[in-house]
Design a protein around this ligand. Structure first.
Ligand SMILES: [Zn+2]
Length: 304
């Protein structure tokens, strides 16, 4: 009996030590991840990379402002609208169209009738598509303030939250494999110790251009991966400069483009960046309080 009690005591002490170690390990997480409990609706800044299939739509809420980067593609319009409504959004303060491809501009027509849009921030590129013409016509008809962004511009969202434009430069790039992609608006959001880079569909040429000018200011906590994880983007020098702890790929399940490319996923893995994907994880939410941040996925396991 006596020795049994001793054994139990030893086991008890062992379990206590293990749980203390686990607890300490949890607190020392290198990403300063907040527990879900610490996270409340009052988080001063949230970024949601919305699950809109193959395309981009990213919602930023902070400083009392609603910012939407891109609008997803035409088939996912209803999904976008119902998401914004579920967030009780009635006004979009700034709608940023990184570039006029359908998978970024396609949802605009649905938004313009249902939400007040105060300002459009555009890359200044022109295309001949019907979608683009309708966008310009609707923006004009609704008399939405229309700003063409270029490198060096900065938007102060209030409460210490800044959104800086790193590209496109002036003049716009020409003669690349995709000028529309390579003149994407690329943004860096900063709040306290946190930063996030939104790469639009920037390909290697634009990445190199940004590197030349901003190499020392590109390091970011989180990266919205360029061009849906295509191998045209996430070039090694660019990734090394951004050095994100986490990366989010906005991509449709089983998409026709086979995004993201396996070699690009490997590149992030090699750099020990945790990758989140909207096709596997649904909407990816990043909640930031200036000191710490946490990333939540709607479904699924971490991508490797
Ligand atoms: Zn795209």
């Amino acid at each position: 009996m006596g020795s049994n009690r001793t054994n139990f005591r030893v086991i008890g002490l062992f379990l206590l030590l293990i749980s203390m170690l686990l607890f300490a390990g949890g607190c020392n997480n290198k990403n300063n991840v907040l527990s879900a409990k610490q996270l409340t609706d009052n988080t001063p800044l949230t970024v949601k990379v919305l699950d809109v299939g193959q395309g981009d739509a990213i919602l930023i809420r902070g400083g009392g402002q609603v910012i939407l980067i891109d609008t997803g593609d035409v088939p996912d319009r209803d999904k976008l609208v119902s998401f914004l409504k579920s967030e009780k959004i009635t006004t979009i303060d700034k709608l940023i169209i990184t570039h006029p491809h359908a998978d970024h501009l396609g949802g605009f027509a649905a938004l313009v009738g249902q939400f007040a849009i105060k300002q459009i921030i555009d890359s200044g590129q022109i295309t001949t598509t019907a979608l683009f013409r309708q966008y310009l016509t609707a923006a004009q008809k609704k008399q939405i303030a229309f700003t063409v962004a270029s490198e060096g511009d900065q938007f102060d969202l209030g409460s210490g939250i800044l959104l800086r434009v790193l590209a496109p430069g002036k003049p716009l790039l020409t003669g690349t494999d995709s000028d529309l992609n390579n003149n994407s608006i690329v943004l860096r959001l900063t709040f306290g110790k946190f930063s996030m880079l939104f790469a639009g569909d920037a390909e290697q040429v634009e990445e190199t251009q940004i590197l030349k000018k901003y190499s020392r200011e590109m390091k970011s906590t989180v990266l919205k991966v360029g061009h849906h994880g295509s191998r045209t983007s996430s070039s090694l020098p660019f990734l090394a400069a951004v050095a994100p702890e986490a990366a989010v790929i906005s991509v449709g399940l089983n998409n026709d483009y086979h995004h993201p490319h396996p070699s690009i996923l490997k590149r992030y893995e090699k750099q020990k960046t945790t990758v989140f994907r909207t096709d596997l994880h649904g909407t990816v939410t990043i909640a930031i309080n200036g000191e710490n941040y946490t990333i939540m996925r709607e479904k699924g396991e971490n991508a490797k």
